[in-house]
Design a protein around this ligand. Structure first.
Ligand SMILES: C=C1C[C@]23C[C@@]1(O)CC[C@H]2[C@@]12CC[C@H](O)[C@@](C)(C(=O)O1)[C@H]2[C@@H]3C(=O)O
Ligand SMILES: O=C(O)CCC(=O)C(=O)O
Ligand SMILES: [Fe+2]
Length: 318
């Protein structure tokens, strides 16, 4: 049991400037590019994922987190995959959160996790919802990544999406549960500030606030929750591929004093052997690469040795 001794925190103000990208709107590619440059974060509507599927996975997730503690702990403890409680990663980070971190396996069709408990008959409906959701959210990630290429006016249009659609892609699904933190006279850190290492993160939460992002000027703002939409984060790998043009957004979660928050996040990552470097197509004349070339395997190995709030890309900068 980890004891959290940090003092209670005050949530940031809600921000009204979060760009909303309607995937059915033909002109949305330019808006999406400016959102990636300015914030590294935006909201996606008309994404095509049925609310019924989203609600089904949320219900299964809530059911899982409502199990007695000893039953949840029978699931492999997160290392990195499995069930985790209060500890995030393996380098001493803690938060007011419990979670399931699931590996996405691409073959024969994308599905979530090799964890044994998901193969038990009692977990059948959870497993089905997870697998359907993974397929659907990956399609959203792919559409968004294609629109990014369109907005940047680069060909082929699948230059980013093919990396996460690759059969070897190293992608992850995370289900987070932030219990309400009543009695702490304010909010607690649910998930400390960090950037996501992958290419793209597609997040959906219930209607409980808590997610905060950092603006270019370093100030923190709160994201108004919207359970029918997805929120997209630019990850470190996309910042590298765009030579810093797109911004990997720092974000964090404060647990809510009154309501519990449930979020499900798809992290679209490259295959292990993928070489990450700025795309030559995006480099202006005489523009220098800000990063040395590295593989995703190298980056991930180094990222998993860091604390949540560390600057993980620093050592790959030229
Ligand atoms: C403290 C850590 C947790 C994390 C691995 C790390 O060492 C640094 C990056 C963290 C992060 C943030 C985004 C995702 O939630 C995550 C799964 C990832 O790929 O990188 C987590 C890692 C984790 O929880 O294991
Ligand atoms: O739970 C959330 O809303 C965000 C969590 C997050 O940033 C992460 O899991 O990387
Ligand atoms: Fe994150």
């Amino acid at each position: 049991m980890v004891v959290l001794t940090k003092p209670a925190l005050k949530p940031a103000n809600f921000y009204s400037g979060i760009p909303v990208v309607d995937l059915l709107e033909p002109g949305s590619a330019a808006l999406l590019v400016s959102a990636c440059e300015e914030l590294g974060f935006f909201k996606v509507t008309n994404h095509g994922v049925p609310m019924e599927l989203i609600a089904r996975l949320e219900a299964e997730t809530v059911k899982f987190f409502s199990l007695p503690q000893h039953e949840k702990e029978l699931v492999c403890s997160a290392n990195p995959f499995g069930y985790g409680n209060r500890r995030i990663g393996s380098n001493g980070d803690v938060g007011w959160v419990e979670y399931l971190l699931l590996e996405i396996i691409s073959k024969p069709v994308p599905h979530a996790s090799s964890l044994a408990f998901l193969r038990e008959p009692s977990a059948k409906s959870f497993c089905c919802a997870l697998n359907e959701y993974v397929m659907a959210v990956r399609r959203v990630a792919c559409k968004v990544l294609e629109k990014m290429a369109e907005g940047l006016k680069i060909e082929p249009r699948d230059v980013f999406s093919k990396v996460v659609m690759d059969e070897e892609s190293d992608s992850v699904l995370r289900l987070n549960h932030y219990p309400s933190c009543q009695g702490f006279n304010g909010s607690m850190t649910g998930f400390g500030e960090h950037t996501d290492p992958q290419i793209i993160s597609v997040l959906r939460s219930n209607n409980t606030s808590g997610l905060e992002i950092s603006l270019k000027n370093g100030s923190w703002v709160s994201v108004l929750p919207d359970q029918e939409s997805f929120f997209v984060n630019v990850g470190d790998s996309l910042q590298v591929m765009t030579n810093g043009r797109f911004r990997s957004v720092r974000h964090r979660v404060l647990a809510n004093g009154n309501k519990s928050r449930v979020s499900m996040i798809y992290f679209g990552g490259p295959p292990s052997r993928e070489r990450l470097a700025p795309l030559p197509l995006l480099m202006g004349e005489g523009e220098k690469s800000l990063y040395r070339e590295f593989t995703w395997c190298e980056y991930k190995t180094s990222a998993y040795k860091t604390r949540l709030g560390d600057d993980r890309l620093g050592q790959f900068q030229r």
